[in-house]
Design a protein around this ligand. Structure first.
Ligand code: SF4
Length: 196
């Protein structure tokens, strides 16, 4: 398929697809009136506070002290039909390091890693470089978790994008997440009548 025919997707779609594929279906196949949930609002506010904090901090804890920090970097790949806005990109002599901020205390989940890998492939293409490591910053505990961006993870990004595009093209409602605890706070729960 030529790039001109690619359905445009966002890195956020990769994260949500991993969390629950139905969320991507509702967002793309049948866009609905979006209510800003408490969780989403809190995330936005916390991000601004964290930004101010981060700008004053030394990079020593990253072991990238001479690195330049670029906040809110927009990325786009025509070839992949993918775009996204990264929280932070650290550029140093050691390479390019994408950093994603999370507002949960727990270790990063699969969907966070999938999102980080999405940013990594975009950074590789935009800056003609190779990204081997990214970071997830757990804001509530001030912890930075290093994630190896393996070839497998990068391959998975392309596979997930293809799966999402098949779903959108065929307008097929995917199965719900098996993690039903996620449904109770989900903004789309009213549309998943088959599981409630
Ligand atoms: S209610 Fe559950 S199955 Fe439905 S979209 Fe939300 S997380 Fe997915």
């Amino acid at each position: 398929m030529s790039t001109a025919e690619l359905i445009p997707l966002r890195v956020n779609d990769l994260k949500q697809y991993e969390y629950c594929p139905r969320i991507v279906f509702y967002n793309t196949v049948m866009p609905l009136d979006r209510k800003v949930t408490f969780k989403m609002q809190r995330g936005t506010e916390a991000e601004f506070q964290l930004d101010a904090l981060e700008k004053r901090r030394s990079l020593r804890r990253y072991k990238l002290s001479e690195g330049e920090r670029r906040f809110h970097v927009s990325l786009h790949s025509e070839r992949l039909g993918l775009s996204g806005k990264m929280d932070l990109l650290i550029v140093s002599e050691q390479g390019y390091f994408p950093v994603d901020f999370k507002y949960t205390r727990g270790r990063p989940h699969r969907n966070h890693i999938s999102q980080l890998a999405g940013y990594a492939v975009l950074v590789e293409e935009q800056y003609q470089t190779e990204v081997e490591t990214g970071f997830i910053y757990l804001a509530p505990v001030g912890e930075l978790v290093a994630i190896k961006i393996t070839q497998e993870l990068k391959k998975e990004v392309a596979e997930r994008l293809a799966m999402i595009r098949d779903m959108v093209r065929e307008e097929l409602l995917p199965p719900p997440t098996p993690m039903r605890a996620r449904c109770s706070e989900c903004e789309f729960r009213n549309y998943c009548g088959d599981i409630f």
